[in-house]
Design a protein around this ligand. Structure first.
Ligand SMILES: NC(=O)c1ccc[n+]([C@@H]2O[C@H](COP(=O)([O-])OP(=O)(O)OC[C@H]3O[C@@H](n4cnc5c(N)ncnc54)[C@H](OP(=O)(O)O)[C@@H]3O)[C@@H](O)[C@H]2O)c1
Length: 313
């Protein structure tokens, strides 16, 4: 059956997955949908249609923003080559394909588009039926600078570009004007009265308002958003409370010191801690960002890899 051969020879992985084309593993259900014991102890065998796995990632109708990231056991977001391909694996790839099939648009920061060599996207082969009649899978790149990698510039399937006025003036050299979604500058992430962070300070090329960017994508019919990183974009989406869920695959590798976490950037320091540091007093807490408590919506396992879906709403 051709569909079965799709399982053993899946769509070639993106550059981020490295050179091999992995066989897809079974996924053990450790915690079932909704964080319940329902289906716990069962096993999701790789299936040509992936209907059962897709059901684990069902989301309510309407706009929805999901991020999908991979991390090493020691918290690294990339391997020695500065790409996530050296820390992800076949279990991650199996879920990655399904999440792409369920999305209208994949949203990435320009840093990830450059590091991972993103090109125009296709719906993973054999999973078109999961799209329930939605159109092609689009790519949208978030950028302040407007600089796109050569792999995305000038092609016949240009990405959407979410940016501000400055970025738009640069991006026009790479993509048609109707693919550039120009939004205003982001308002400060901190609530009124809170100390400003480096992210909030006026900049010659301020970041685009991501809430407005998501609304602009929704206006294009792209309301089911899958953010594939990177860490700085994920940090901004979290800081602005724009994520509905965060999917994190933890693979059984240790990368050691060096690689950043899946959430990037410098933490905001409360004024008191900053003052203590300036006066040489003992260090206080590392960050003033409020701790968020996501809810574990399910947990799957294969060969030491843990595949978690965390709900933020
Ligand atoms: N572990 C994982 O799942 C995973 C996923 C993705 C990437 N990665 C890794 O992460 C590394 C890249 O990290 P990164 O933090 O630099 O990635 P990133 O967030 O994709 O890139 C940062 C760049 O994206 C743009 N950007 C991000 N947030 C923005 C915002 N709110 N407004 C406007 N522009 C924004 C800016 O582009 P301009 O410079 O053009 O203004 C910024 O310089 C790579 O090594 C990659 O392999 C890992």
């Amino acid at each position: 059956m051709s569909a079965v051969s799709d399982v053993t020879t899946p769509t070639p992985p993106p550059p981020s997955l490295g050179p091999r084309t992995p066989a897809l593993p079974a996924l053990d259900v450790l915690l079932g949908p909704g964080g319940s014991g329902h289906l716990a102890g069962t096993r999701l065998e790789p299936a040509p249609d992936e209907e059962a796995l897709a059901a684990f990632y069902a989301s309510p109708p309407g706009p929805h923003v999901r991020a999908n990231m991979v991390a090493s056991v020691d918290g690294g977001a990339w391997g020695p080559d500065h790409r996530s391909g050296t820390i992800n694996d076949a279990a991650d790839w199996r879920v990655f394909r399904v999440l792409r099939a369920l999305a209208d648009v994949v949203l990435v920061g320009a840093g990830t588009a450059r590091a991972e060599g993103y090109t125009a996207l296709d719906v993973p082969r054999g999973l078109e039926h999961l799209r329930a009649g939605r159109g092609p899978l689009e790519l949208a790149v978030v950028t302040r600078s407007g600089h796109l990698p050569a792999s995305l510039a000038g092609g016949d399937r240009p990405p959407f570009v979410v940016t501000g006025e400055h970025g738009a003036s640069v991006a026009r050299a790479s993509v048609p004007a109707d693919r550039i979604l120009v939004v205003g500058a982001a308002p400060p992430a901190a609530p009124p009265g809170a100390p400003l962070t480096a992210r909030d300070l006026p900049s010659p090329t301020p970041g685009p308002d991501l809430r407005a960017g998501l609304a602009a994508l929704a206006a294009q019919g792209l309301a089911r958003v899958l953010c594939e990183g990177g860490p700085h974009l994920l940090a901004d989406l979290l800081a602005r409370d724009l994520l509905d869920e965060l999917c994190v695959t933890t693979t059984p590798v240790l990368v050691g010191p060096g690689p950043g976490r899946i959430v990037g950037g410098l933490p905001p320091l409360p004024a008191g801690v900053r003052a203590e540091r300036e006066t040489g007093s003992p260090e206080g807490p590392a960050a003033s960002a409020p701790i968020v408590h996501p809810r574990l919506a399910h947990l799957l396992h294969a060969d030491g890899t843990l595949v978690a879906r965390w709900a933020l709403r």
